[in-house]
Design a protein around this ligand. Structure first.
Ligand code: CP
Length: 312
């Protein structure tokens, strides 16, 4: 299959075949990060700009490392240190960046649709690194890649997504992705954190956390998005932890081959207790490791690479 997409904006606009191609490419590139010299010349001469208008640790560093492992030049700029704070519009900022002839723009923004707007107005490739409550496609791709690596196939798996579904771009992208790849997705969380109309959209909504996780092959825990909530949506963090936190008591009720994922950053002791986050069911740091390979794969495909190209 040949890659034809200019941008990576959301999971919905990728086909199952394209997602498979991303996985295959990422698995092929993953071993570069295990070499003594973790660098190949594949994207030498390419320039990648990382424009992050919201805080980030994992996503920004992962994109930056991915670019460097492929020998692309990467330039990172944070919103707070850009001329956007002086009143320049996002489109003007992006057009000025494009005038410096980069090849790919990675953008994180608090407004849903901001990367789509840039993609429509720029000739260069745009990758969505998270837009408001809308989408986080590279997080969903690396989550699915991690499950695919551990379980062999996504088809037929039961995936439980627990927590703040309403405010989570990770939940939205993972629901779209796992469903597209043939998994069954069930969600659970406080009623105040459930977007309206989920059941009408065909999503399975569990009545409580225990019924969602009891038969799950994959459990994805979400961070409570305090920065996106306009009001407190649960009485206390202690109550949230008791009803929707994954802790040692709940561990005996899950499948003993279940995988536990979390996109990070963790609220330890709230949605996940420390012994679970650091325990044998957790693949949280595998997600982070795979994130680099996954983003290398996206750069490689967007830059016109073909799977069989020599990456030595
Ligand atoms: N998972 C994720 O997006 O983490 P960061 O906010 O640290 O990038």
């Amino acid at each position: 299959m040949q890659w034809t997409k200019k941008d990576i904006l959301d999971i919905e606009s990728l086909s199952a075949g394209e997602i498979e191609l991303v996985f295959e490419t990422a698995f092929g590139l993953k071993e570069i990060s295990e070499r003594p010299i973790k660098k190949v010349p594949t994207l030498r001469g390419q320039t990648i700009v990382l424009l992050f208008m919201e805080p980030s640790t994992r996503t920004r560093i992962s994109f930056d490392i991915a670019a460097k492992r492929l020998s692309a030049d990467s330039v990172a700029i944070a919103g707070a240190s850009s001329s956007i704070v002086k009143g320049e519009t996002l489109i003007d900022t992006a057009r000025n960046i494009q005038a410096m002839k980069p090849d790919i723009l990675v953008v994180r923004h608090s407004s849903a649709g901001a990367p789509h707007l840039l993609a429509r107005n720029l000739d260069i490739s745009v990758i969505n690194a998270g837009d408001g409550m809308h989408a986080h496609p590279t997080q969903a791709l690396l989550d699915m890649m991690t499950v695919r690596e551990k379980k062999g196939d996504l088809k037929g798996l039961n995936v439980a997504i627990i927590g703040d579904i309403a405010h989570s771009r990770v939940a939205r992208s993972n629901i779209a992705g796992f469903t597209k790849m043939g998994a069954r997705v069930c969600v659970a969380g406080p009623p105040t954190m459930m977007p309206p109309g989920l059941e009408q959209l065909g999503e399975s909504v569990a009545r409580d956390m225990d019924s969602a996780i009891s038969d799950a092959d994959v459990i994805i825990l979400l961070r409570i998005q305090k920065e996106r909530q306009r009001r407190f949506l649960f009485p206390t963090e202690r109550e949230y932890a008791a009803r929707y936190g994954l802790n040692a008591a709940r561990l005996s009720r899950i499948r003993q081959d279940a995988l536990i994922l979390h996109p990070g950053p963790l609220n330890r002791g709230v949605e996940i207790s420390p012994e679970i986050a650091d325990g044998p069911f957790s693949v949280i740091l595998d997600q982070v490791t795979n994130g680099v390979a996954l983003r290398m794969a996206l750069f490689y495909l967007l830059a016109g690479g073909v799977r069989d190209a020599n990456v030595d």
